[in-house]
Design a protein around this ligand. Structure first.
Ligand code: URA
Length: 433
């Protein structure tokens, strides 16, 4: 086979066969195909797309470029959740103990954040001592015994995706639905799960800005999952404002603990319960999402989910005292209130701007390898739709630098205040299965 022929085929709108895709990915990983040819191919996909089976084969080839975990020794269904990424998204930290408390296995392999705020692993590492680098045997043992573990992906997972993602980043080909879907699913399926629920974010603070694009991505993800015998369902959720009231690693852990104590912001609870309900149904716990939602609500209310979280923190070496006393989490030296410049209603909160502000404080990475400050971030006091008076506190900035005028200005500008109240927005925007 010659790469030039495959590029031409895609350029002209053709679909590559499984054999062609397998050969292309294997040759690329062996460095027998140069980056300039792969770049041309990626750009052709960007313009011409991929057929469903082609996309599934593409994900499969990337998946088999690396390590695929075998979790078959763990009895019962193994299920995971993946979010396409949002500001203030701490749902995985809450969801894992909710499912574990109900006896459902949730082996989570998670990532670190780049840009906008930290990822799930960064948040967990705000708990002093928490170890996300378990061996596969430790991971299997913990899930077998206590139904949940959250760890970092090994370097061996889908190496083809790692190389292709870096190439896409510099060739303006990240924003292609088949490429995004293939990339996400190659990594997710490699963890040996039986079922997966995807939280596809839609809105200004998300990868997918419109409902239409979010639906297309959700369909692509579900198609790939099913082609690989993973029961997959997607929930579309709003990302036109940050999720919950905190952005920043330790602050988000504190909000997680509050939610596991039966408190926590309404949107965080609602999304957790919605995703948990879909996962419980896919895992075969019940046929009814209503029953499943009520089971999830019960364990958040009665302390069982909190107990499961405590067990995970113990298992992974974290300082369990933070659960009873979140004041022990890393704390920033300075707190600055950002005030409303006028009276009115919060019409919109620019999640992306707040994510970037938090990143500037040190809560997220500008580039891979940057060190995070777990203590810093933002606490929101107002959400979309709330009335405000001039001088009310919109947000508190937690920082370890005293002078942060640019961040304070960016946070204030992220709140759009209008005279009229905005139309109520829906957190859950749809389902794709
Ligand atoms: N996340 C991924 O893992 N891959 C993409 O291509 C985009 C987001």
């Amino acid at each position: 086979m010659r790469m030039v022929d495959l590029i031409a085929k895609k350029r002209d709108g053709g679909n590559l066969s499984k054999a062609e895709i397998d050969w292309m990915i294997a040759s690329y990983v062996k460095e027998e195909i140069p980056d300039y040819q792969m770049s041309a191919f990626l750009m052709a996909v960007y313009f011409k797309g991929m057929a469903d089976d082609e996309m599934a084969n593409f994900a499969g080839a990337m998946l088999h470029s690396g390590e695929v975990l075998d979790l078959s020794s763990i009895p019962g269904v193994k299920i995971d959740k993946h979010s396409t990424g949002g500001v203030g998204d701490k749902i995985s930290l809450i969801l894992a103990p909710v499912l574990a408390a109900l006896g459902v296995n949730i082996p989570m392999i998670s990532g670190r954040g780049l840009g906008f705020t930290g990822g799930t692993l960064d948040k967990l590492e705000a708990i002093p001592g928490f170890n996300v680098n378990l061996t596969v045997d430790q991971f299997r043992k913990q899930v077998t015994e206590h139904h949940e573990a959250i760890i970092s992906a090994s370097k061996e997972v889908a190496p083809a995706d790692r190389r292709l993602y870096a190439l896409r980043d510099v060739t303006a080909t990240v924003e292609s639905i088949p490429l995004i879907a293939g990339s996400i699913m190659s990594k997710k399926i490699s963890s040996g799960i039986d079922a997966l629920v995807l939280d596809v974010k839609v809105g200004r603070g998300a990868f997918m800005k419109t409902q239409e694009d979010a639906e297309k991505l959700a369909k692509a993800l579900v198609t790939i999952g099913k082609a690989h015998n993973v029961k997959t369902k997607a929930v579309l959720s709003d990302m036109n404002q940050p999720l919950g009231l905190t952005i920043g690693n330790a602050l988000e852990v504190a909000e997680t603990i509050a939610t596991l104590n039966g408190r926590g912001p309404k949107d965080v609870r609602q999304l957790t319960i919605t995703l948990a309900a879909e996962m419980l149904v896919l895992a075969g716990k019940t046929d009814s999402t209503e029953t499943a939602a009520s089971l999830a609500g019960d364990v958040l209310r009665d302390g069982r989910a909190l107990r499961a979280f405590r067990q995970m923190v113990i298992d992974q070496g974290g300082d369990v005292r933070v659960i009873d006393n979140p004041q022990l989490l890393p704390r920033a030296d300075f707190r600055t209130a950002v005030k409303a410049p006028r009276s009115g209603f919060i019409n919109n909160i620019d999640s992306e701007a707040l994510g970037l502000a938090a990143m500037q404080l040190g809560a997220g990475r500008a580039k891979t390898g940057d060190k995070l400050d777990p203590a810093v971030g933002l606490v929101l006091h107002k959400k979309v739709g709330t009335p405000v008076s001039e001088g009310d506190t919109l947000a508190t900035v937690h920082s370890n630098q005293e002078q942060i005028p640019a961040v304070l200005a960016a946070v204030q500008a992220a709140f759009d205040i209008t005279d009229a109240a905005p139309a109520p927005s829906q957190l859950i925007r749809g389902f794709v299965e």
